[in-house]
Design a protein around this ligand. Structure first.
Ligand SMILES: Nc1ncnc2c1ncn2[C@@H]1O[C@H](COP(=O)(O)OP(=O)(O)O)[C@@H](O)[C@H]1O
Ligand SMILES: [Mg+2]
Length: 315
């Protein structure tokens, strides 16, 4: 079975969604054929690794796999292993190119000690090797490396970009995904296209038709619309109906903590109509339930009791 995250990884800069400014700069770099040491920073699954690979393919064309390696910093955490691999790679000459490129993927997890060692290797091999660090946070990289690198920032992808991505995969894999399901996919993946792609692939093994409910269920994430309905039902005194919804969340394996923080959002944002004077009171009750859960009370009973309280306000 081929992994969709590899199957649908863009091969050219033009196929990378979003990241416009960053991609323009990388394109210019590729065109000039001059590559600096770099830090690619940004949230997970938005194209950092992909862009490094595309850069290598663009610059080295047929020889890209000879002149480029990817070291996954979280797999090869042992400093001696990393040093060994870098040395071995850096020792052989680049083919049809003035330099080679090393990508340290997920470099956030490199220890300070490992980074110090890499900084020394950067100096030693800077004649023939360019070092690229992909990170979630730039500040997880030690200053002496930061100061030697050009920084490229990757941003969260927009809802439109994510929908375009979903549509493309849906078309190629003959999936049926309606608008509500798309929204759900965007919501649960939080714009992380790796998570999104993996989720779509796993759902597709069950059915070619992907529905919102299944998306929420499989990810253990709250269907906010449904939760909103439960809160509204309770607020209008219809406790039993709200209880059914809450039970179904618990059955789906949604964590009580997540439920509580989403309820908090609903109450405090004006997403649900609540008497302003009551808001403080409700939040206090919610905090009480949360506290009890943390202290070991049964989450389901605490949640039920909170919803019973909500519906008691109506009386
Ligand atoms: N900007 C993007 N445009 C198109 N596909 C993307 C983009 N970002 C991520 N992807 C998809 O998600 C997968 C993981 O992306 P990757 O570049 O490895 O993310 P990361 O930013 O965590 O390094 C890729 O295989 C690709 O299919
Ligand atoms: Mg990556």
């Amino acid at each position: 079975m081929d992994l969709w995250i590899e199957k649908y990884r863009p091969n050219t800069f033009n196929d990378v969604l979003g990241q416009k400014d960053t991609i323009e700069k990388l394109k210019a770099m590729a065109k000039a054929g001059e590559v600096q040491h770099m830090i690619l920073s940004g949230p997970p699954g938005v194209g950092k690794t992909t862009s490094a690979i595309v850069l290598a393919k663009t610059i080295f064309s047929d020889q890209w796999s000879h002149n480029f390696i990817e070291l996954n910093a979280s797999d090869d955490r042992k400093l001696s292993v990393i040093q060994g691999k870098v040395k071995e790679f850096a020792r052989s000459k680049p083919i049809d190119a003035p330099f080679k490129m090393i990508l340290f993927d997920e470099a956030d997890s490199l220890t300070q000690e490992a980074q110090q060692a890499l900084r020394r290797m950067m100096e030693e091999y800077s004649g023939t090797c360019r070092f690229i660090f992909s990170v979630n946070y730039q500040n997880n990289i030690i200053e002496p490396i930061q100061s030697r690198c050009a920084i490229f920032r990757f941003r969260s992808l927009s809802e439109e970009d994510v929908y375009e991505f979903i549509d493309k995969i849906a078309e190629k894999e003959s999936l049926e995904i309606d608008d509500e399901a798309k929204k759900a996919l965007f919501f649960v993946s939080k714009g992380d296209l790796r998570a999104l792609t993996n989720l779509m692939q796993s759902l597709s093994t069950v059915s070619k038709e992907i529905e919102a409910e299944v998306v929420y269920k499989s990810s253990g994430t709250v269907n906010v619309e449904q939760l909103k309905k439960a809160v509204e039902l309770a607020l209008s005194g219809r406790y039993l109906e709200s209880k059914v919804i809450i039970s179904s969340f618990i059955d789906q394996g949604v964590g009580p903590k997540e439920l509580i923080s989403e309820i908090f959002e609903l109450i405090t944002s004006s997403n649900v109509k609540v008497d302003e004077k009551m808001k403080g009171y409700i939040v206090e009750k919610l905090a009480e339930s949360e506290y009890r859960i943390v202290e070991g009370a049964t989450p389901f009973i605490q949640l039920q009791s909170f919803f019973a309280f909500l519906s008691s306000l109506k009386r």
